[in-house]
Design a protein around this ligand. Structure first.
Ligand code: ADP
Ligand code: ZN
Length: 223
């Protein structure tokens, strides 16, 4: 069987994981799996999971590990993950990373590479507070980069653009604090396993994508 591409995107909220993930899956036959998107969909559908997750999300806190681990591992068993996956927003804590490692180990797999996107904190706060998301296609646009103007509709599908509740300044600060405390330790976790790739993510998306793609090709080539 051909080796799978089991990829993870790491990095703080607002660093561009979602944008980069979308660009990567245009070139690689694996699904983009965003646990944040899955939870937002569960909320929109009003499921039990969505109701539970909502309280944590609006406060900028993490959903409990046992909940998100169950959701993520179940998703990874779907048929579309036969060639691998690109995870965005999972794992986000050490227990989540350990659960993923164990689940992959049980099927004779491991993480191929963990791509850590880095940008300065001021850049991140500015990006988050000026980003808008399409209610229909979930694409992300930036007021700051001039991709849209206040009051515009989605340039891709004409859907309504909105600001996520957790993109308000106080919640952004809390998300960054949670990131430093609980998620940043994953950098060492994957570095220790020889899986870490670090990429500066402060340029325009297509420039960052070139760097991301080059490092993915290298990681896949050396499997
Ligand atoms: P961000 O822009 O902060 O990366 P996401 O869209 O990935 O946002 O996630 C939004 C929210 O969903 C998080 O703040 C958290 O409450 C919840 N969430 C998403 N993924 C996870 C996870 N792996 N563990 C715990 N909570 C999660
Ligand atoms: Zn749209």
């Amino acid at each position: 069987m051909a080796p799978r591409a089991n990829l993870i995107l790491l990095g703080p909220p607002g660093v561009g994981k979602g944008t980069q993930a979308e660009l990567v899956v245009q070139r690689l036959a694996v699904p983009h799996i965003s646990t944040g998107d899955m939870l937002r969909e569960a909320r929109a559908a009003g499921t039990e999971l969505g109701q539970l997750a909502g309280q944590y999300m609006d406060a900028g806190e993490l959903v409990p590990d046992e909940v998100i681990v169950r959701v993520a591992l179940e998703r990874l068993q779907a048929d579309d993950c036969a060639e691998g996956f690109l995870l965005d927003g999972f794992p986000r804590t050490l227990p989540q990373a350990e659960a993923l490692e164990q689940a992959l180990g049980q099927i004779g797999q491991e993480v191929t590479a963990a791509i850590d996107l880095e940008a300065d904190r001021e850049e991140i706060v500015a990006r988050l507070s000026e980003r808008r998301v399409c209610r229909d296609c979930q694409r992300i646009f930036s007021l700051r980069r001039g991709e849209i103007k206040e009051g515009d509709r989605c340039p891709e599908c004409g859907g309504e653009l909105y600001q996520r509740r957790d993109d308000q300044p106080e919640v952004i600060r809390e998300r960054l604090r949670v990131y430093e405390e609980l998620t940043a330790p994953l950098i060492a976790f994957y570095r220790d396993r020889g899986k870490l790739l670090t990429i500066r993510s402060d340029g325009p998306p297509d420039e960052v994508h070139k760097l991301v793609w080059a490092s993915i090709e290298e990681a896949l080539g050396s499997r």
